[in-house]
Design a protein around this ligand. Sequence first.
Ligand code: NAG
Ligand code: NAG
Ligand code: NAG
Ligand code: NAG
Ligand code: NAG
Length: 222
Amino acid sequence: MRFALIIALVAALLRQTLAAPYPLSNATDTTNTTFSTPSGGPYVCQRVYPADLAVVNSRYPDYDVDRLHQAKRFFMLRRQTLGEGEIATRVQFQRLPSKESNKTCRLEFVLPREELQKISGTNPSFNVYQVEREPDAIATWNTYKGNDGADLFGRVNGEPEALKKTRSVGGVSVINETACNETLTFQMGMAYDGGGLPNYWEFSNVAPPAWPIQGFRIVYGC
Ligand SMILES: *[C@@H]1O[C@H](CO)[C@@H](O)[C@H](O)[C@H]1NC(C)=O
Ligand SMILES: *[C@@H]1O[C@H](CO)[C@@H](O)[C@H](O)[C@H]1NC(C)=O
Ligand SMILES: *[C@@H]1O[C@H](CO)[C@@H](O)[C@H](O)[C@H]1NC(C)=O
Ligand SMILES: *[C@@H]1O[C@H](CO)[C@@H](O)[C@H](O)[C@H]1NC(C)=O
Ligand SMILES: *[C@@H]1O[C@H](CO)[C@@H](O)[C@H](O)[C@H]1NC(C)=O
């Protein structure tokens, strides 16, 4: 009887030990992570870079002849006073897993090399909005939806401390995730007025050698 009790106690103790939570690693850079899962992984992250990146400018609201500022492969945002000479950016991803795949697509923000980053203003944080657009739909200021009722998808904190932290983990931060769809489109615009000077953000010449890093990518499959 006593022996059985001891066995039961030891068993309970063992169960508790085994159930102790695994120490979580501090790794925050998920840029190339392979996760093993109990159901038989590993799953390797797939990364997709924008099929198109377009800069839009409130001073040329319906400009759709060509890309503004030769803005095929870089990223620019500007705002001093809302609606006045404001510059925003749209990125579109194509050839993602279809909606029927039930996969989750994570939007990540990727900083290029530091000398390619021009960031200024009192608070160059920016908002990200998800919008529905047909593949290859032209982006103009008139089709930009930020600040007038679009659902906020995420915000990138542009304050120096936050950027320092992002750089310290490989320059990548997660913005948010959503159900995958063949085409996903996001618009970015400054979150705040600049006051005396504009809030400004630009990745200069983020064509080769930095290509395909244009500031954003979709990650899925892990
Ligand atoms: C995580 O970070 C904390 C504090 O920086 C440190 O004490 C701990 O050892 C780290 N754990 C791992 C698994 O690296
Ligand atoms: C990422 O993974 C690929 C293939 O799995 C490998 O060739 C590459 O070196 C890795 N990159 C980094 C930065 O670890
Ligand atoms: C996706 O989810 C739907 C509804 O739950 C299900 O009917 C379908 O089989 C799933 N598709 C895949 C590829 O898992
Ligand atoms: C999903 O992708 C399809 C096909 O590319 C596109 O027509 C549709 O607008 C996209 N939906 C959203 C919510 O982006
Ligand atoms: C992430 O996106 C969803 C819509 O896909 C939104 O409802 C949610 O508020 C977003 N999360 C954050 C932290 O912004």
